[in-house]
Design a protein around this ligand. Structure first.
Ligand code: BGC
Length: 417
């Protein structure tokens, strides 16, 4: 009987607590639907629920988030956007400029976000000097993931340049394996292309092409050479790649069907979810020719204007939780990325994450830190879309030469700016 009384009291108390804390719900739009991604998203859901709020999951499948952004636009146009959406890079500025986003300065000031974030991160989260988004991580995009067993069987070493990649891939092919795991989707083609551009062109060339959109760089012989190398990689991909999701490609490396994948470190989330350890089960190294560079891709949530004080409280709590160390640690251990905030303990992170943490700092000092074009960091979605179209058409067609692709790329970018 006593027990029953206690639990009645407990229920009443927790009711009071949540009333005091104004429990609300937050609808969260995201595109984290692979095994590793879903595990990561649930970290945030659990933390929010612990505070007494409700998480309304609004997951839209589709790597890179193109489908999620289409759905977001239609919801916003009909006057019913979610409270929080996984938006990043220059898209944040575009949404803020249209007047959709909420000012998060109060939460940011209280928790001292300005002191906790590197400027390269906080700049992206602000619109006209005010916080409108919160960063969850820093992904590095220029990685090569490899299956060491296949390398051993083929008698080859992990390639350090793109010309080595081609030599090694030929031997792996001859040994009966698929050299390159890849999914034939525009954003994956663009991810591979930007890795080749960075590896063969270097960070300065990369910046001129994908940040400044300098026409002389875009029409250069170097760009044609890069496009030619990129096209060669097609012959190392199996014939079933059309439409394949990125995580299925990662599974080919995990399961010993393919030797390598060029993909951001969300791929590590899949290795981790499969119980694999770096150094023994798989290898992570910078994509060929990019050891001194770091293509960054920061995931973040932008908060939309919502009505009702309970919804506003829940939304502000979500923003606060995202920046707290416990979320930043657990989420990033699952996601494969590194924390966005500075001064986090490193001990629970693996060797790939340590490399990423070190390289993030060192490349920030040597000019090698560049924003990812394929992942919405370097340019507007209009220019990014134009690049995607040219790159994917060229990669998947037999009738476009590297010279023609160079011209098309320069022209498409010029038209989309
Ligand atoms: C996002 C990652 C996501 C990946 C695959 C990237 O653009 O930044 O968070 O895991 O796409 O969907």
């Amino acid at each position: 009987m006593k027990l029953a009384k206690k639990s009645v009291l407990g229920i009443a108390l927790s009711g009071l607590i949540s009333m005091g804390a104004q429990a609300g719900s937050v609808e969260v739009l995201h595109y984290w639907t692979s095994g590793g991604e879903a595990k990561s998203a649930s970290v945030l859901k659990n933390l929010l629920e612990k505070e007494g709020h409700q998480w309304e999951d609004f997951a839209v499948a589709g790597g890179g988030g193109e489908s999620a952004m289409t759905v977001l636009k239609s919801r916003a146009v009909s006057g019913n956007p979610p409270s929080a959406a996984q938006i990043k890079g220059l898209d944040i500025q575009e949404w803020a400029e249209l007047g959709f986003l909420t000012n998060l300065d109060k939460v940011a000031k209280k928790a001292k976000w300005d002191d906790l974030l590197p400027e390269v991160v906080s700049d992206v989260m602000k619109y006209e000097g005010h916080y409108v988004a919160v960063p969850v991580n820093v992904h590095r995009v220029n990685w090569l993931w490899a299956n060491p067993e296949i390398f051993k069987k083929a008698g080859v070493e992990i390639p350090k340049t793109w010309s080595e990649f081609i030599q090694v891939a030929d031997k792996i092919k001859a040994a009966g394996y698929t050299p390159l795991a890849h999914g034939g989707q525009a954003w994956q083609d663009a991810t591979l292309f930007e890795a080749v551009a960075l590896g063969e062109g270097g960070p300065e060339f990369y910046g001129k092409a994908f940040v400044q959109h300098d026409q002389a760089t875009l029409t250069s012989q170097k760009m044609t050479d890069i496009l030619a190398t990129f096209k060669k990689l097609k012959s190392y991909i199996d014939s079933d790649s059309a439409g394949r999701d990125w995580n299925i490609a990662t599974a080919m490396v995990i399961n010993g069907k393919a030797a390598m994948q060029i993909m951001g470190d969300w791929a590590k989330g899949e290795f981790t979810a499969a119980g694999k350890k770096p150094g023994t089960d798989y290898v992570c190294v910078a994509a060929p020719g990019t050891a001194d560079a770091f293509t960054f891709n920061i995931d973040s949530f932008a908060m939309f204007d919502v009505k009702g004080s309970d919804s506003k409280t829940a939304q502000a709590d979500l923003a606060r939780l995202i920046m707290e160390p416990s979320f930043q640690e657990t989420f990033n251990l699952n996601k494969g990325s590194i924390p966005a905030r500075l001064g986090m303990a490193r001990d629970k992170f693996d060797s790939c994450a340590h490399t990423s943490m070190d390289d993030f700092v060192s490349t920030a000092g040597n000019g090698g830190l560049v924003p990812s074009m394929a992942h919405g960091m370097s340019t507007t979605s209009a220019v990014q879309g134009a690049i995607y179209d040219v790159v994917t058409n060229y990669f998947n067609s037999d009738s476009i030469t590297a010279e023609q692709a160079t011209e098309k790329l320069a022209r498409a970018i010029r038209a989309a700016i």
